[in-house]
Design a protein around this ligand. Structure first.
Ligand SMILES: N=CN[C@@H](CCC(=O)O)C(=O)O
Ligand SMILES: [Mn+2]
Ligand SMILES: [Mn+2]
Length: 320
């Protein structure tokens, strides 16, 4: 189930005529293996199943390869060791087995000491990433989930889909008697029904609306609240649903946003998450290459992924 039959071939621009360091991702990244230690490990989750079950537009299964292509020619400055652990595939509609396989892979990467950076796939990826964190770090008590998303993804449905992962996590936490610690940035008041706002309130979810993140004051308030949550947790799982961005910046998603949170603001609000030194895993969801324009959304996703990786490299060099 993991590793496709034809793994991605990392190729890209080579600046052979320069004398200095011209290293790019495709020249640094290596296949994940038992020898791998620390650094950042990419895991693809090539899934359309959750978006399809949720009535959305298919195409997210092509996300991991498009994201790798967008990463390939980015320059390496402070990035740590970079690994490619291949893709988890979904057989037909068997999403649950794929989420378990993803969880195993995330746990393996964690136990070898690297940071899992999961490339979706629909947002159903989050239920897999979360289970992997729990498997790989069983002693963690206060895990904060920070989600950049226009949607709560707290839906009730007979089967898991791209709109249910955080409700599945909340149910699991309730079963286990563990806190459900969920903070969402970019919620669209026009993208979530009343029942979802009510459920978020009942579950103690902290959130900022997209319309509150259009001004400097609003961003500062959201940042202060986020920093408080980051101080109180033991570890943080960062998940980005690309439909949090304005449709003009991220057209390649199932549900593009009319307003959205600009990339500069998303990057500014990711900074305290990375600076906390508590990041345990991250994923980037909902990249839909057939709906993309000029590979723009893939570039946005690559910028976010590379920001996480670069920060990880800096932290390794200068531990807190
Ligand atoms: N992961 C996305 N979830 C959204 C999709 C909304 C839509 O398709 O309009 C949700 O279920 O709310
Ligand atoms: Mn969303
Ligand atoms: Mn989502």
């Amino acid at each position: 189930m993991s590793m496709p039959s034809t793994p991605f071939v990392w190729t890209g621009r080579v600046d052979a005529d320069e004398a200095g360091d011209t290293t790019r991702w495709h020249q640094r990244i290596q296949p994940w293996g038992s020898h791998a230690r620390e650094g950042v490990a990419l895991i693809g989750f090539a899934s359309d199943a959750g978006v399809q079950r949720n009535g959305g537009r298919a195409g997210a299964s092509e996300g991991p390869q498009a994201l790798r292509r967008a990463l390939a020619s980015l320059p390496v400055l402070d990035e740590p060791a970079l690994w490619d652990a291949g893709d988890v595939l979904v057989a037909g509609d068997d999403l649950e087995s794929a989420q378990s396989a993803l969880a195993d892979q995330v746990a393996r990467v964690l136990s070898q000491g690297a940071l899992p950076l999961v490339l979706g796939g629909g947002h159903e990826v989050a239920w897999g990433t979360f289970q992997g964190i729990v498997q790989g770090r069983p002693a963690l008590r206060r895990l904060l989930i920070v989600n950049f998303d226009a949607h709560f993804d707290l839906r009730q449905a007979p089967m898991g889909n791209s709109g249910t992962p955080f409700r599945q996590i909340a149910d699991w936490c309730a079963d286990q008697g563990r806190p459900f610690d969920y903070h969402v940035l970019g919620i669209s008041p026009l993208g979530n029904t009343r029942v979802l706002f009510d459920r978020a309130q009942a579950l103690g979810v902290r959130y900022a609306l997209d319309e509150d993140l259009q001004t400097e004051n609003g961003v500062q308030t959201a940042r202060d609240r986020l920093v408080q949550d980051l101080a109180a947790c033991d570890a943080v799982y960062l998940t980005v649903c690309l439909d949090v961005l304005p449709g003009g910046q991220a057209p390649g998603v199932s549900a593009p946003a009319a307003l959205g949170v600009p990339l500069a603001t998303v990057l500014a609000l990711i900074q305290p998450v990375l600076a906390s030194g508590k990041l345990v895993a991250a994923d980037i969801a909902e990249l839909n290459p057939p709906m993309d324009r000029d590979g723009l959304t893939a570039r946005v996703a690559a910028r976010l992924a590379a920001t996480v990786a670069r920060h990880q490299g800096r932290m390794q060099r200068n531990p807190m």
